[in-house]
Ligand binder design. Structure first.
Ligand SMILES: Cc1cc2nc3c(=O)[nH]c(=O)nc-3n(C[C@H](O)[C@H](O)[C@H](O)COP(=O)(O)OP(=O)(O)OC[C@H]3O[C@@H](n4cnc5c(N)ncnc54)[C@H](O)[C@@H]3O)c2cc1C
Length: 355
């Protein structure tokens, strides 16, 4: 069976981002790479959005940039500006197409459906398939979004709504997220932060229909696309193994308090590319420990006090938008961290240190 210098298990966001980063930096001229991906065809399945706090390779896959956003709880709305760090949405269909077209041109890159088809013994493996054991105590961000098209112009496409808590909470944390791509097209998503113990919160289609009807007050629309998913708000099992490194969600690239992962994956890919010649001895790339610690406390509060979370999120966004964006994108300094921490209800968070 054929052997390779590198193997990437999982040709999704992290696997393809890494392969692309290596390819465009000519790291695969004299090295071979096998990508293992079971899916039969690539089609649009996700919309990756984030504040662009660092450059990335996929500006040409961006569906839209926004410089303004809002967050609201019943009776209150906060408008924020994000000119310094625009919010971007990437169409996964364009992303897969761009990368696969590029990779196919390099004869050193091979594609397989299963690791059983190749010899993996002497290769360095980048694994993006997470090892998640079912545990009813784990928190998830689970959601469903639909893209809708309206007959008449309805949306203000200059501003997106990050969180609208004006909806049923069902003893959990629930909000809607609306990304208006144009005046008559938007992604409307229902998002839950919960343990997913049962399916009672998964009546997504009804939630979205009611929200479009009652909150957005749109009657005449067509659904043109639907996506559903769940992001673990905990780190998947990561056993240290010789000649193997986890990437993507499997590699701990999700910011646990927010679910944002895409830009961390891009930074991890750049880190690997810079260290590829000495990859066997390279240390694990991690989201800064201070965020891991703060997110753990935050999630403990979220678990214990779901009803208070809409107010807490709303307060958090009363800091300067630049500060909060940097904090949520792992780019804040100590003073900025402190500004956010001081916005939090102190006693609840201090108690959470000792749960
Ligand atoms: C619907 C959705 C929307 C999201 N939106 C955002 C967002 O807006 N912003 C953000 O920052 N993050 C977002 N995320 C989180 C995160 O960015 C994505 O989950 C991202 O795709 C993670 O990349 P990954 O490579 O780790 O996983 P994936 O992209 O899921 O890639 C894993 C790949 O492994 C393949 N695979 C599975 N089993 C095997 C196997 N046994 N052998 C080989 N391959 C296998 C899968 O087919 C898949 O292609 C979203 C997640 C989901 C699910």
């Amino acid at each position: 069976m054929k052997e390779f210098d590198y193997i990437i298990i999982g040709g999704g966001c992290a696997g393809l981002s890494l392969a692309y980063e290596l390819e465009i930096n000519e790291k695969l001229k004299d090295k071979t790479l096998a990508i293992i991906e079971p899916r039969l065809e690539y089609k649009r399945d996700k919309t990756w959005s984030f504040w662009k706090v660092v450059p990335h390779n996929f500006d040409d896959c961006v569906k839209k940039n926004w410089q303004n956003f809002s967050i609201n709880i019943p009776g209150k709305t906060n408008h924020l500006e994000c000119k310094d760090y625009p919010y971007q949405s990437i169409d996964s269909g364009l992303f897969y197409e761009k990368i696969n077209n590029k990779l196919k041109k390099n004869k050193n890159i091979y594609f397989y459906k299963d690791t059983k088809e190749i010899n993996t013994v002497n290769s360095f493996i980048f694994n993006s398939v997470p090892n998640i054991k079912k545990n009813h105590l784990n928190l998830w961000q689970h959601f469903c979004g639909v893209e809708i098209e309206t007959k008449t112009n309805y949306f203000d496409n200059e501003i997106f709504n990050l969180m609208d808590f004006d909806c049923e909470q069902r003893d959990s944390v629930h909000f809607f997220y609306t990304l208006p791509y144009s005046k008559n097209k938007a992604l409307v998503e229902t998002t839950w932060l919960s343990k997913m113990n049962d399916n009672s919160q998964k009546d997504y289609d009804k939630q979205i229909k009611d929200y479009i009807d009652k909150n957005l007050k749109i009657k005449d629309y067509e659904i043109t696309y639907r996506e559903e998913g769940a992001i673990p708000l905990f780190y998947p099992l990561y056993e240290k193994e010789k000649n193997k490194m986890n990437i993507g969600t499997a590699g701990g690239m999700t910011r646990l308090s927010t679910g944002y992962t895409f830009l961390n994956i891009q930074e991890h890919s750049k880190f690997i590319r810079k260290n590829i010649e000495s990859i066997h001895n390279t240390k694990k790339f991690e989201i800064n420990k201070k965020y891991q610690f703060l997110d753990e406390i935050f999630l403990r509060v979220l678990e214990k006090h779901p009803k208070k979370m809409s107010e807490i999120f709303f307060k958090m966004f009363q800091s300067s938008p630049k500060t909060i964006i940097k904090f949520l994108s792992n780019k804040s300094n100590f003073l900025e961290d402190l500004t956010i921490i001081l916005k939090m209800p102190k006693w609840i968070f201090i108690k959470a240190l000792f749960y």
